[in-house]
Design a protein around this ligand. Structure first.
Ligand code: PEP
Length: 253
């Protein structure tokens, strides 16, 4: 991974069916990515293939918001890594806090999914985050270290080079959330870098990008991206409108 890259992505969540998603994707079809910026979109599964088709010759990466770890079989309602890859996607969000909160995702399931993604050539974008309670009790670091260690358990040195970790405090996400203060994010990311380095070991060529997410906006994006151990951001609401997302990209590029 290029040390100077800044990552910026947006998670559309359960918004934009095919028609709306195609229209939004078209807004990026002539999009010029500033040097050193890496961008991704995560549309809902039913819009994935269309968005990938619209953006196939552009530098915009497209990813799923979730997937299952088995390749096929009797798993009603699930989609697999090969299906995501066949749609043309190159990445997948895993372990988003909304999956952990509402759909029973655990550190163990995230680990299985990370391995499945890597096996099928997808880049896993692994979301970790402390809850409001964990934050209040001062155990955020412990939670994040545990989530990261379990998510990356058994991943080869070579594959670690394709992984991205995203710190998203649960208390900072969504309209009920409040953005984490930049000095707090800085402290968390520096400690997280230590945890990741412990996992990556002596292979100094592997530098896993660490992104921040949670109520990122036009007003605060630069505060996060300026932090030494923050390699980019994941944006929800503030990036759903393509014009807004393009403006966010131009702020960091
Ligand atoms: C998210 O859910 O990944 C997210 C970052 O949401 P928001 O920016 O809307 O808080």
């Amino acid at each position: 991974v290029d040390q100077k890259s800044v990552w910026i992505g947006t998670n559309w969540k359960m918004n934009k069916g095919p028609a709306e998603a195609i229209a939004a994707a078209r807004a990026f079809s002539n999009f010029h990515l500033p040097e050193g910026v890496r961008c991704f979109l995560a549309p809902p599964a039913t819009s994935l293939r269309d968005v990938c088709s619209v953006l196939q010759d552009t530098p915009m990466m497209v990813g799923a918001q979730n997937m299952f770890w088995e390749d096929s079989g009797a798993w009603t309602g699930e989609i697999s890594a090969p299906m995501v890859a066949e749609c043309g996607a190159s990445t997948v969000l895993l372990g988003h806090s909304e999956r952990r909160q509402h759909f029973g995702e655990t550190d163990w399931t995230v680990n299985r999914k990370v391995h499945a993604a890597l096996r099928h050539g997808l880049r896993p974008l692994i979301c970790i985050g402390d809850t409001a309670d964990e934050f209040e009790f001062g155990v955020s670091q412990e939670t994040l270290a545990r989530q990261t260690k379990i998510a990356l358990h058994g991943v080869s040195q070579e594959d670690l080079g394709r992984v991205v970790v995203i710190y998203e405090p649960v208390w900072a996400i969504g309209s009920a959330g409040r953005p984490a203060e930049a000095p707090f994010v800085s402290e968390i990311h520096t400690k997280l870098r230590g945890v990741v380095q412990g996992i990556v070991g002596r292979n100094s060529s592997v530098r896993i990008p660490l992104l921040y997410g949670g109520s990122v906006s036009q007003a605060n994006i630069c505060d996060y991206v300026a932090l030494p151990d923050v390699d980019g951001v994941l944006v929800g609401r503030a990036g759903w409108d393509p014009a807004d997302f393009i403006k966010l990209v131009s702020r960091v590029g």
